[in-house]
Design a protein around this ligand. Structure first.
Ligand code: MEV
Length: 303
């Protein structure tokens, strides 16, 4: 039994979706990878404050802010008191940038609570899903699964997450547009498009086909094929209206700098892109910086 006065800690990972965002909401599979960048939550006896200095976030569990509501719902699911713990979070994951910050936060907090109560990983995931529905309405669950696994994997709504083996790790450039986005609104926008213009479903289905081709490319270690699939996926995501001038600019800048493939990642509408740039990675970052975009290189398959 844990000493009630102790501080407990939980960790969640940021993520990138390699292929299949938005299509995953419609039941298709998607490929995603956890990032080395994490959110670390420390839970200690207190009065229900939630503090994330890296995001300039100060809230009270259960207040009417989205994080306050989400963590309140998470604690309800874990049968934990909303007013007896303080949460202080360190984040290496930028907020609302397409890198799964809300899911990483929820996983970190749920694990910090579970370390006190003995709740199992299934209860943690259930609580994270409850928190994510506050942020995103009807999420597929891929962000929560990637945030908890921190690895490369395949996800679909029916079967959940499956780790994928990788012959050797590879590097991706991640570029941030600097524009925050609202995942729930973008998911609703794509759903509305498919209702008003049913032909858009064919683009969604094609995204699902790209995921299957991407899984084959990864299994064969064919990164050139994966890069080509990134380019096709970006075209389809633009087709359903979730790209922006900044995201398109970053994608084209990366390709001109030598990246073999580049696409938006996550919900779009702002947020982030990923580029497969091989030895041109530093040049991609340099050209993004020259245009005012922040980027970094991450290794996929590091664990
Ligand atoms: C967001 O990271 C991914 C989306 O497919 C939404 C979801 O799967 O819940 C856009």
């Amino acid at each position: 039994m844990i000493d009630a006065s102790a501080t407990t800690t939980g960790v969640g990972h940021g993520k990138v979706i390699l292929l299949g965002e938005h299509a995953v909401v419609f039941g298709h599979p998607a490929l995603a990878a956890g990032l080395g960048a994490t959110v670390r939550a420390h839970a200690s006896p207190g009065g229900g404050t939630l503090s994330v200095p890296a995001w300039q976030l100060e809230a009270q569990v259960g207040d009417d802010s989205l994080p306050g509501q989400a963590i309140g719902r998470l604690l309800d699911r874990l049968h934990a008191d909303k007013t007896s713990l303080d949460f202080w979070l360190e984040s290496e994951v930028p907020a609302r940038a397409g890198l799964g910050s809300s899911a990483a936060m929820a996983v970190a907090v749920a694990r910090a609570v579970a370390a006190r109560t003995g709740a199992g990983e299934a209860d943690v995931l259930d609580a994270v899903a409850a928190a994510e529905s506050v942020f995103h309405g009807t999420p597929s669950g891929i962000d929560a699964a990637a945030a908890s696994r921190g690895r490369l994997g395949r996800f679909d709504k029916q079967h959940g997450w499956q780790d994928l083996p990788l012959a050797s790790p590879f590097e991706l450039c991640v570029g941030l547009s600097g524009k925050a986005h609202d995942t729930g609104a973008l998911v609703a926008q794509v759903q509305a498009l498919c209702e008003s213009a049913p032909v858009a479903r064919k683009l969604i289905d094609a995204m699902g086909d790209l995921v299957n081709a991407g899984a084959e490319a990864l299994a064969a270690g064919d990164l050139a094929a994966l890069a080509r699939l990134f380019n096709m996926a970006h075209g389809l995501l633009s087709g359903v209206g979730v790209s922006t001038p900044e995201l398109d600019d970053m994608v084209h800048t990366a390709r001109l700098a030598g990246a073999a493939g580049a696409k938006l990642t996550g919900a779009g509408g702002g947020g982030a892109i990923i580029a497969f740039a091989g030895e041109h990675g530093e040049e991609v970052l340099r050209r993004w910086r020259a245009k005012g975009y922040y980027g970094f290189i991450t290794t996929i398959g590091h664990v």
